[in-house]
Design a protein around this ligand. Structure first.
Ligand SMILES: Cc1ncc(COP(=O)(O)O)c(C=O)c1O
Length: 389
C-alpha cells in the first residue's frame, strides 16, 4: 500500500501552478490549517517544519525564564526534549507506568519542585496518557501542560482527542508518522496568546498577524512550505481510515496474546482509544526461561511478524548528551548555571523505564494489514512462547 498517490500529486501540481511556495497566506497552508482546526474541533492551529519545531515553539510560547524545570517522559524521541534544552530549561524525567509506558500524575508528582514550570506529556505509540489526573495536578500547581502527540494521531482519552486537553498540543508530519508531508509539524490550542506566540516563534518573530510585535523576541525559522502543506492536506483525507485500521489491528493483537505466562500486552484502558503508531509488548525472561533477544529471534524466524527489540535502546537521559551534559560547546550548560543547582542524568533515575526498554518487544502495526495477518502474528507469538517455556 503506497503512502502517497493521486491526491498528493493533484495538490502538488496545483501548488506549483499557483507559483507561490511561501506558507503565509498560501492556499494549501490555509486549507491545511482549516482542516486541522475542524479535525480537532479546536480554535487555533499553526503549522511548522517538524514535530520537534512544534514542541520547541510550544515550550517557547510558555515564556519560561531560563533555568526553569520541565517534566517530561524518559521513553520518547529526542524531538521531545530539544526545545526544552534550546529554551535554556532543564528537562526532568518522570518514570512511566510499567504497562502503558506513559508518565502519570503520580510519577510527575514525585519529581515536581518549586521550580517546575511545565509538564510535557508524551502519548507514546498513540496510547493516551491518563490526562485527567495530570491536568488536575498541573492546575493545582499552576503548571501548564503540553501534549506531545507526534505518535498519537486519532488517539482519544475518554473520548477527547489527544492534543486538545492540555494548554498546547503538538503533532509531527515526519516520514514515518500516521500521516506525513516528508517532514512537518503543527500545534493546536484554544489559547489565543499561545497561538500567536507559537506562530511567531515558528517564523523569526516576524509578526505575520500584524499585532505590532515584530522582532520583539528571539525565534528560529521553522517555516513549513506550501509543498509540504499540499501533501499534508491530501494525507489528512486518509487519516480516519488509517487510524480506524490501526486501532482495530492493534487491539486485536493485544487481546490475542493475553493470558500467556510471562508475556505482557501493551495496556490500553477500556475508556481510551489508542491509534497504534506501533505496539510494544513486554516479556519476563525469568518466567519464559529465555532472554529477549532469543524470543525476538524466534518471532522473526516465523516470518510472520516483524518484531524488534525495544523502541529506543535506553531512556533518553542515558544518552551521552545527557550523561555528559554536553548540551553546548565548551561544556557550559547555561540553564544549570542560572538555576544554581547541579543536575545529573544517570542510571536508576527512572527504574521502570529502564526495565521496560530491556524487556520490551516492538510490534509494527499498520493500516495495510488485515485480520488474517494479525491472526498469524498472534499465532507466531504463541509459538515462540511455547518454544521458550
Ligand atoms: C514522541 C515524539 N516526539 C517528537 C518527535 C519529533 O518529531 P519530528 O521528527 O517531526 O521532529 C517524534 C518523532 O519521531 C516523536 O516520536
Amino acid at each position: 500500500m503506497k503512502k502517497y498517490g493521486k491526491e498528493e500529486l493533484r495538490n502538488l501540481k496545483k501548488t506549483i501552478k499557483s507559483d507561490n511556495l511561501f506558507y503565509n497566506k498560501g492556499k494549501m497552508t490555509g486549507k491545511l490549517l482549516k482542516t486541522i482546526r475542524k479535525f480537532f474541533g479546536i480554535k487555533y492551529a499553526a503549522v511548522m517544519s517538524s514535530g520537534t519545531a512544534a514542541i520547541h515553539c510550544a515550550v517557547a510560547a510558555l515564556e519560561i525564564p531560563p533555568g526553569g524545570e520541565v517534566i517530561t517522559a524518559p521513553i520518547t524521541d529526542m524531538g521531545t526534549v530539544i526545545g526544552i534544552l534550546y529554551q535554556n530549561l532543564i528537562p526532568i524525567f518522570a518514570d512511566v507506568d510499567p504497562h502503558t509506558y506513559n508518565i502519570t500524575a503520580e510519577s510527575i508528582e514525585k519529581v515536581i519542585t518549586e521550580n517546575t514550570k511545565a509538564i510535557l506529556v508524551v502519548h507514546l505509540t498513540g496510547n493516551p496518557a491518563e490526562m485527567n489526573e495530570i491536568l488536575q495536578l498541573g492546575k493545582s500547581r499552576g503548571i501548564p501542560v503540553i501534549e506531545d502527540c507526534a505518535q498519537a494521531y486519532g488517539g482519544k482519552y475518554k473520548n477527547k482527542k489527544l492534543g486538545t486537553m492540555g494548554d498546547i498540543g503538538c503533532y509531527s508530519l515526519n516520514a514515518y508518522k500516521h500521516i506525513s508531508a516528508g517532514d512537518g509539524g503543527f500545534v493546536i490550542t484554544n489559547n489565543e496568546t499561545y497561538y500567536e506566540r507559537v506562530s511567531n516563534y515558528a517564523d523569526k518573530y516576524y509578526d505575520r498577524h500584524g499585532k505590532g510585535v515584530r522582532l520583539s523576541k528571539l525565534a528560529p525559522n521553522y517555516r513549513i512550505t506550501e509543498l509540504q502543506s499540499a501533501v499534508a492536506l491530501a494525507q489528512f483525507s486518509k487519516l480516519s481510515n488509517i487510524v480506524e485500521k490501526r486501532h482495530l489491528f492493534g487491539n486485536m493483537f493485544n487481546k490475542g496474546i493475553m493470558g500467556l505466562d510471562g508475556i505482557y500486552p501493551h495496556k490500553v484502558y477500556d475508556y481510551n482509544y489508542a491509534s497504534y503508531w506501533f505496539t510494544m509488548i513486554r516479556m519476563d525472561p525469568d518466567v519464559l526461561g529465555c532472554d529477549r533477544d532469543k524470543f525476538v529471534r524466534k518471532l522473526k524466524t516465523s516470518g510472520l511478524i516483524k518484531a524488534g527489540a525495544g523502541y529506543i535502546p535506553r531512556p533518553i537521559y542515558l544518552e551521552p548528551l545527557f550523561v555528559n551534559k554536553h548540551f553546548f560547546p565548551g561544556n557550559i550548560w547555561p540553564a544549570e548555571k542560572i538555576g544554581e543547582k547541579t543536575y545529573n542524568y544517570q542510571e536508576g533515575m527512572c527504574p521502570i523505564a529502564e526495565e521496560i526498554l530491556e524487556t520490551a518487544i516492538r510490534i509494527p502495526i499498520d493500516e495495510s494489514m488485515d485480520e488474517s495477518k494479525v491472526e498469524k502474528m498472534i499465532e507466531s507469538v504463541k509459538k515462540a512462547h511455547s518454544k521458550c517455556m
